[in-house]
Design a protein around this ligand. Structure first.
Ligand code: GDP
Length: 318
């Protein structure tokens, strides 16, 4: 054990007592690729599991520039003012090549970071899952054990990242801009599959009327497609309008789903998926290791070699 290393018990106690320093270090631990760290991370997560699951997990998604970080900062402040404890897993702009130069000098969510009832963790996504960090699920559990009751996960883009994050959260809030209407035509169905709620952002100043119009149009179009279409609201991260309405929308969604049983069904389904993914990872890793030491003969027909190797691999499993 390194001199500065904490024991699992020290991590556990630090997290439960609300130390953000130890929470931050624990997240670093679970993100580590070292075998010894992985073992400790697993032990820590298992020991904290009974303390998890009680938060509302929200993904805030949208294309770069739509106003996610501004919105999350305002929304986070609104929630802490309502006595919530908010953890934000934010995108680290320096990890996104195309934007690093624009935002590299700007500290995102500075005010919220200073709020004693908020914890902001910028995560380097490194392109993994199109914007969702590698250990997001584990990080959510750590934050819950630390007592955060609202977890916000910032997700960039429209597409793969939302689909990935969907399996980790209770509610996906999609931020959009007025005037993007034409581009929307093709993806309306996709939006319904991805989002539980939509906020037309930057509804401030001269843009209010535009935003309201976009809201009405989108709302109408989505309801034609599905009776359970996501609600569409307007908001502004700058003037802080619509935040209350968004929180009420999420609370109503939770209420409804708790009543009809789908809240827990979804969580259970997500755990099953996580387990299946973990089995896949183990299998892939072991198979890779097995194949590394067994180069097949160049004269063998590859699909036949594959069958032979697969059978051999299976027979050597315990
Ligand atoms: P992100 O890339 O989605 O995180 O977007 P940012 O929060 O960094 O915002 C991108 C740009 O839009 C910045 O110049 C912000 O100042 C601006 N912006 C963000 N939110 C709003 C808003 O609610 N209203 C207006 N008018 N501008 C905003």
């Amino acid at each position: 054990m390194r001199a500065d290393q904490l024991s699992t018990q020290q991590y556990r106690e630090g997290i439960i007592s609300g130390s953000t320093v130890i929470l931050g270090r624990a997240i670093t631990l679970i993100e580590s690729q070292l075998d010894s760290d992985r073992a400790q991370a697993e032990e820590l997560l298992e020991s904290l599991l009974p303390l998890t699951g009680k938060s509302v997990r929200i993904a805030v998604s949208g294309v770069p520039g739509v106003g996610k970080s501004t919105f999350i900062e305002s929304f986070g402040k609104y929630l802490t003012s309502q006595n919530h404890k908010v953890a934000v897993l934010a995108v680290d702009p320096t990890s996104m090549k195309s934007r690093g130069s624009i935002l590299g000098d700007k500290t995102r969510m500075e005010d919220l970071s200073k709020d004693p009832n908020a914890f902001v963790r910028p995560t380097a996504t490194g392109g993994h899952l199109g914007g969702v960090a590698h250990k997001t699920r584990e990080t959510i559990l750590l934050c819950e054990a630390a007592g955060y009751d609202v977890i916000i996960i910032e997700t960039v883009g429209v597409g793969q990242s939302e689909i990935s994050v969907r399996s980790m959260v209770d509610f996906v809030l999609l931020l959009m801009l007025a005037g993007a209407g034409d581009e929307l035509q093709g993806i309306k169905k996709g939006i319904i599959e991805i989002a539980d709620g939509i906020a037309i952002n930057k509804a401030d100043g001269d843009n209010i009327a535009n935003a309201k119009r976009a809201q009405a149009e989108l709302s109408h179009a989505l309801h034609l497609l599905s009776s359970e279409a996501p609600k569409v609201i307007t908001c502004s991260g700058v003037t802080k309008t619509g935040l209350d309405e968004i929180w009420k929308m999420i609370a109503a969604f939770k209420d409804q789903r708790e009543k009809d049983g789908r809240w827990l069904d979804t969580r259970n389904e997500q755990l099953k998926q996580w387990t299946a993914e973990s089995v896949n990872n183990i299998m892939e890793q072991q198979l890779k290791e097995y194949l590394r030491t067994r180069a097949s003969s160049v004269n063998e027909y590859p699909p036949a070699a594959a069958k032979r190797l697969w059978q051999n691999f299976l027979s050597q499993l315990k």
